[in-house]
Write a protein that binds this ligand. Structure first.
Ligand SMILES: *[C@@H]1O[C@H](CO)[C@@H](O)[C@H](O)[C@H]1NC(C)=O
Ligand SMILES: *[C@@H]1O[C@H](CO)[C@@H](O)[C@H](O)[C@H]1NC(C)=O
Ligand SMILES: *[C@@H]1O[C@H](CO)[C@@H](O)[C@H](O)[C@H]1NC(C)=O
Ligand SMILES: *[C@@H]1O[C@H](CO)[C@@H](O)[C@H](O)[C@H]1NC(C)=O
Length: 394
């Protein structure tokens, strides 16, 4: 800046103004068109999402680890959480990273903005587009839930939004992302994979109802509207599609329906109770009605990492990622990967999504991959709805 000559002073002042606008609190977040478009690439015909749940980041090196082996205690801090992000990025090279809440552990974070900057830094350093929602602990530091989301949407490579424009809606961080088909293919301008992000709240605000928050009716109505809009576009010209594009949903607090599984019908482990809200707000039924959702991914219960399928929708935990979060000493911190694969059309070009798989990566010596399973295959609904429609008795 000091080298700018007087002849370009007007340019310099314009740049200064732009810089001011960009860094002042009044700046509006980058609009959708300025953000990277998510898209399947023709090279791989694959789109990979890494879910990072419950980082519980606080003050970096000063913040010690919880529930690690005694010999690991002296040299373990938030920086181990950061190191794990770098390792799993290197191993998986995700196209999108989703942070599903309790990204920071408010009670121990001195400065919420700084803590978030440190927690999300690896995604920015490696230029990986990312999206975040809030948990129940994020707002327990120096920023409100609205303040946290305002900060998150302004960060580099963040695809997060606070809320849909012009709509009164509960919570902060309800938005959707579209993953377009391969450039140059018939589905290049359509979302072939619909991603939904919701704020599952923190704690109940209803007197006499204890416990965690839930997804409110206003949020469910928004979800339903977006889903049916995307389905309409998918069915319309050009290249009208007969089937729905699959949808994946991300939020923090598990749905009560996760209690429907026992060891014999889950992949992964259940090592603690399901800490859902104490009431059922009906979001599972809303997703069933919408018809496009194939899987739901939550966090919150760090030592549960299972997936189970209920009437055609998979409900999955990621398992705890962060070292300053409670866990189980000797049971590795982990992350969930979801990958969607495109089909080839009869003419040999790329079409819509053919299948969706998931697995987990452990933060052990070899970043072990475990519990790989298929969540959905086109035309072969795993444990599909048709079978479940048979009614018995009453
Ligand atoms: C702690 O980590 C540092 C940095 O990686 C390393 O040099 C040191 O040997 C470690 N100390 C222990 C006790 O593991
Ligand atoms: C945490 O990171 C330090 C420094 O790299 C390392 O020595 C230690 O083994 C890590 N601890 C765990 C539990 O991963
Ligand atoms: C997608 O949009 C681009 C830009 O508007 C256009 O050139 C292209 O023909 C469109 N492709 C399809 C398949 O609709
Ligand atoms: C899991 O298995 C148990 C025992 O067979 C059954 O009662 C339950 O309905 C199953 N749950 C799901 C979601 O399939």
């Amino acid at each position: 800046m000091e080298r700018v000559s007087s002849s370009s002073s007007s340019l310099a002042s314009l740049l200064l103004l732009l810089a001011f606008v960009a860094f002042s609190g009044e700046a509006s977040p980058p609009s959708g068109s300025e953000r990277p478009v998510l898209r399947f690439t023709g090279k791989r015909g694959e789109f990979k999402i890494l879910q990072i749940a419950d980082m519980h980041y606080a003050d970096g090196q000063k913040t010690k680890c919880e529930d690690v082996l005694p010999e690991e205690v002296p040299n373990c801090s938030d920086l181990n959480t950061t190191a794990f992000i770098y390792r799993v990025f290197e191993a998986e090279k995700p196209d999108l990273v989703v942070f599903t809440g309790d990204n920071i552990f408010g009670p121990d974070a001195t400065d919420a903005a700084k803590s978030m900057d440190a927690a999300f830094a690896p995604a920015i350093a490696l230029k990986v587009p990312w999206a975040a929602v809030l948990g129940n602990h994020d707002q327990q530091s120096t920023l409100s839930r609205e303040g946290l989301m305002q900060h998150i949407v302004r960060m580099a490579y963040s695809l997060s939004s606070i809320n849909p424009e012009g709509l009164q809606i509960d919570g902060f961080g309800n938005y959707n992302l579209e993953v377009a088909g391969v450039e140059g293919s018939g589905l290049a301008n359509k979302s072939v994979l619909n991603l939904y992000f919701l704020d599952s709240g923190d704690y109940s605000t209803v007197p006499d109802i204890d416990g965690y928050g839930w997804i409110k009716v206003s949020q469910q109505m928004w979800f339903k509207k977006v889903s049916s809009h995307l389905q309409k576009l998918y069915r319309s010209k050009p290249e009208p599609q007969k089937e729905l594009a699959p949808g994946l949903v991300y939020f923090h607090i598990p749905l009560p329906e996760l209690s429907s599984f026992i060891e014999s019908n889950m992949t992964g482990v259940k090592q603690e109770p399901i800490s859902s809200a104490s009431v059922n707000s009906g979001f599972f039924t809303t997703m069933l009605e919408a018809g496009d959702v194939k899987a739901v991914f939550t966090g919150h219960d760090h030592v549960n990492d299972f997936c189970g399928e209920l009437t055609g929708i998979h409900l999955c935990y990621a398992g705890g990622f962060g070292y300053h979060a409670y866990g189980k000493a000797g049971w590795s911190r982990r992350a969930r990967v979801v990958s969607a694969y495109l089909e080839k059309t009869p003419s040999g070009s790329w079409g819509g999504v053919r299948s969706i798989k998931t697995w987990k990566r452990l933060d052990d010596k070899h970043l072990t991959t475990i519990d790989t399973e298929t969540l959905w295959e086109k035309g072969n609904e795993v444990g599909g709805r048709r079978r479940k429609r048979i009614t018995r008795g009453h």
